[in-house]
Design a protein around this ligand. Structure first.
Ligand code: GLU
Length: 178
C-alpha cells in the first residue's frame, strides 16, 4: 500500500499530483501514474520505475492544464511491477479511470463474472475489477455508480475515481487501513 493523491481546485492538477507523489516516495513503490483531463477526456500517463521517469515523460506536467486529477505510486500486490499493471486503470470503454491503494479481496469472483459479461482485462491487478464495475454500474449517475460499486467490493482500500462525463469531479473513497 503506497501513495495515492487526488486534487481538484483552481490551479493545474498535474504539478500538485507530482508533488504529492514525491512526498510519498519514501514509502517505496514500483511504478507511478496520474490521470487528468485533456480536452474533456481522461488522459492517463504511467511509468514503471521511478517517479522521475513519469515526470520526464510528461515534462513535469507543465503542459497539462486540467484542474482535476488523481495520482498513484504502486506497491504491487496483484500482478508484477509493469507498465500494464501501473495505475491509473481505466474501465473497458475508458469512461472511468481509477487509482487504488490496498487489496480487493473478492476480486477473483468479480473478475470472473465481469469476463462473462464481456469485459476484457488488460492488467493482472485486483484494481481493474473496480474500474469495470463502475462502468457496469453506471447509468449517467457518477455518485450512484460509485455507491453501488463500493457495496460490491470487499477488502481495505483507498480509491480515487474520475469519470469522462464529469470533467470537474473526482470521487475519493476509503475503507479501513489505507
Ligand atoms: N492491489 C493493487 C495492485 O496490486 C494496489 C497496490 C497498492 O496499494 O499500491 O495494483
Amino acid at each position: 500500500m503506497c501513495g495515492i493523491v487526488g486534487f481538484t481546485g483552481n490551479t493545474p492538477a498535474a504539478p500538485i499530483l507530482l508533488q504529492g507523489l514525491a512526498r510519498l516516495e519514501y514509502r517505496g513503490y514500483d511504478s507511478a501514474g496520474i490521470a487528468v483531463f485533456k480536452n474533456d477526456k481522461i488522459k492517463i500517463n504511467q511509468a514503471c520505475g521511478r517517479l522521475q521517469t513519469l515526470r520526464d515523460l510528461i515534462n513535469d506536467g507543465k503542459d497539462l492544464t486540467s484542474t482535476v486529477g488523481i495520482g498513484h505510486t504502486r506497491w504491487a500486490t496483484h500482478g508484477k511491477p509493469s507498465d500494464e499493471n501501473a495505475h491509473p486503470h481505466r474501465s473497458q470503454s475508458g469512461l472511468f479511470a481509477i487509482v487504488h491503494n490496498g487489496i480487493i479481496e473478492n476480486y477473483a469472483s468479480l473478475r470472473k463474472s465481469l469476463i462473462k459479461k464481456g469485459y476484457n482485462f488488460v492488467s493482472e491487478t485486483d484494481t481493474e475489477v473496480v474500474a469495470h464495475l463502475l462502468e457496469e454500474n453506471y447509468n449517467g449517475d457518477f455518485f450512484g455508480a460509485v455507491s453501488k460499486t463500493i457495496k460490491m467490493i470487499e477488502g481495505s482500500y483507498a480509491l480515487g475515481i474520475l469519470c469522462n462525463d464529469f470533467p470537474n469531479e473526482m470521487y475519493a473513497v476509503k475503507k479501513a487501513s489505507p
